[in-house]
Design a protein around this ligand. Structure first.
Ligand code: TYD
Length: 143
């Protein structure tokens, strides 16, 4: 499996006090050991972030406040937009997926759970190189 994108849902535990979502490594929604967490907030209006793919990294993105849109392109060229606008909705991105994050609301806080420590060597930041890399690997995507 070289590239996969999948929406995942978390079940809030709710009572009269409000809601709580608990996330664990190696669960249905997060099928990897979480080694790193980062979050994106206070995003300047109109900003487009990301614009890269990873060779191996697996990530789950959750917009715990506000909303943003994730555009994912798979090695076969198919492109899908996902609007993350609720804390119980996440997006699992595994491997060679070219992705952009855009249309952040003012209050957006996008948390990302990642399977590896930060490694610039795992990034492909040049789109032409990404397409070439996919062709060379003759990628097959999992739907
Ligand atoms: P960058 O890769 O440009 O963010 P994005 O592509 O998601 O918009 O990262 C911004 C800076 O933060 C860059 O200098 C690398 C650094 N960084 C870390 O040090 N650790 C991390 O886990 C991440 C995601 C980024």
């Amino acid at each position: 499996m070289l590239a996969n994108v999948q929406e995942v849902m978390f079940s809030p535990k709710g009572d009269e006090r409000g809601k709580l979502i608990a996330i664990e490594s190696l669960s249905e929604q997060v099928p990897f050991e979480v080694k790193r967490v980062y979050y994106i907030f206070d995003t300047t209006p109109g900003t487009i972030r990301g614009n890269h793919a990873h060779k191996k990294l697996k990530q789950v993105l959750i917009c715990v406040s506000g909303a943003c849109t994730i555009v994912c392109e798979k090695p076969d060229g198919s492109k899908t937009e996902y609007r993350l606008d609720w804390p119980n909705r996440g997006l699992l991105i595994e491997g060679l997926v070219w992705h952009q994050m855009k249309d952040f609301s003012k209050d957006a806080v996008l948390i990302v759970l990642a399977s590896e420590h930060y490694d610039e060597g795992d990034y492909i930041r040049d789109y032409v190189k990404y397409r070439r890399f996919c062709r060379e690997l003759n990628c097959v995507t999992k739907e």
